[in-house]
Design a protein around this ligand. Structure first.
Ligand SMILES: *Cc1c(COP(=O)(O)O)cnc(C)c1O
Length: 402
């Protein structure tokens, strides 16, 4: 059984609520995806780049010291941080770039908030010699100067969006406007399992390599399936990539971890599945962090990649149906996990991924030693070292030791 029921819908969530003009473009994309997803040559090409360029399969690593210290379940870490460019985002952009090539398209556009998806897109375009344009809010450009430089170094053109709040939402609007005008020769590369159909399906398809590998690896290493699989949830692509291949395994519990920011009660978070309500965002139905009158609320997370008021439709469905559980972890708890994993395992996690680690830290001690937890480490933390350093400097910790 697939979790997509009626085309593009997961229970009551998903769909494609866009203008008729854009609908035509999305149907064109859907047809191309249907044609190539099971095409043998396409699959072989994808497998080639996953292996030789991304460095797959990523290891499933038994975190012996962390497990011992917590004193409960065995914790395994799926090392997406070891992929080329340092996160799971590369899986999706390689897949979509190959799809764009099959569609005969030479120009790729994308939008980016913190810059991580923009850098991934620029990487894939450099690899395949495609023209790359990235829309980014003026405000985000100012805050993420180094990522803007990375994109330009990789040959992309970064366009500053000066409309509205000059943030991600405005960049998304500009990207869709560009797509409408230029779809015959332009591919819009979406970065997470969100947006109107067929994007959530396409992104899940390419990210499912995470769960397929992890399932096989744990069977090889332990001879049984895990009790829990845990991943952080921004838009939800690394989590759905891990979860979906375990969907039929009813004994495997899935936990998605949202950012509680400064605390769910403060309103400064980005946790739609924990405290949001169903609504419409960027052309699809999902849980949304919204005001009384239904406007998306400003969000906050210490992890830029988790800072989004909505969430993928398939996670919305997993929550509504009870197949997965969603919890929230604060900035502070994520920082603790960031330090813990660095010190106990020698692995500096991305702040996004540290949210998933924090949930494993909460859960493991309550489980027995023959139970297994798999945590998806969506990315490495080098990108966050400076931020954490500056925070500690402000707090006086670093200065006092120096
Ligand atoms: C972008 C990002 C995320 C959040 O995106 P999802 O689509 O929810 O996976 C998580 N971790 C890292 C390292 C990221 O770069």
């Amino acid at each position: 059984m697939d979790t997509e029921q009626k085309t593009g819908f997961y229970g009551d969530f998903g769909g494609s609520f866009v203008s008729p003009e854009l609908q035509v473009v999305l149907e064109h994309l859907e047809k191309a995806f249907e044609r190539y997803q099971d095409d043998q040559e396409f699959q072989e090409e994808l497998a080639y780049y996953f292996k030789h360029y991304v460095g797959r399969p990523s290891p499933l690593y038994y975190a012996a010291r962390l497990s011992e210290q917590l004193g409960g379940a065995k914790i395994y870490i799926k090392r997406e941080d070891l992929n080329h460019t340092g996160s799971h985002k590369i899986n999706n952009v390689i897949g979509q770039a190959l799809l764009a090539r099959r569609m005969g398209v030479e120009r790729v556009i994308a939008e980016t908030g913190a810059g991580q998806h923009g850098v991934a897109t620029a990487t894939a375009c450099a690899l395949f010699g495609m023209d790359c344009t990235v829309y980014m809010g003026e405000e985000d450009i100012r805050r993420q100067a180094l990522n803007v430089f990375r994109m330009e170094l990789l040959g992309a053109q970064v366009i500053s969006v000066t409309k509205g709040t000059r943030r991600l939402k405005d960049a998304v609007d500009e990207a869709f406007t560009d797509l409408l005008a230029n779809y015959k020769h332009t591919y819009y590369m979406l970065g997470s399992a969100v947006g109107p159909h067929p994007f959530p399906l396409i992104v899940r398809h390419f990210q499912s390599i995470i769960g397929r590998e992890a399932r096989q690896q744990i069977l090889e290493q332990e001879g049984k399936l895990p009790s829990y699989i845990i991943a952080c949830v921004g838009g939800g692509s690394n989590a759905i990539g891990l979860f979906h291949p375990f969907y039929q395994d009813q004994g495997v519990k899935m936990i998605g971890v949202e950012p509680a920011g400064k605390g769910l009660a403060t309103g400064q978070h980005a946790a739609p599945l924990s405290v949001g309500k169903p609504g419409l965002l960027h052309g699809f139905k999902c849980y949304v962090v919204q005001t009384e009158s239904g406007e998306p609320m400003p969000t906050h997370s210490i992890a830029a990649g988790l800072d989004y008021p909505g969430v993928g439709p398939e996670h919305s469905f997993y929550k509504a149906s009870g197949r997965a559980e969603y919890v929230a972890v604060t900035d502070e708890e994520a920082l603790e996990a960031f330090k813990l994993l660095s010190q106990v395992e020698g692995i500096i996690p991305a702040l996004e991924s540290a949210h998933a680690v924090a949930q494993a830290v909460r859960l493991a001690p309550s489980l027995s030693q023959d139970e297994i937890i798999i945590v998806n480490l969506s990315g490495r933390g080098d990108k966050d070292a400076q931020l954490v350093f500056e925070m500690r400097q402000k707090a006086g910790e670093v200065a006092a030791k120096a």
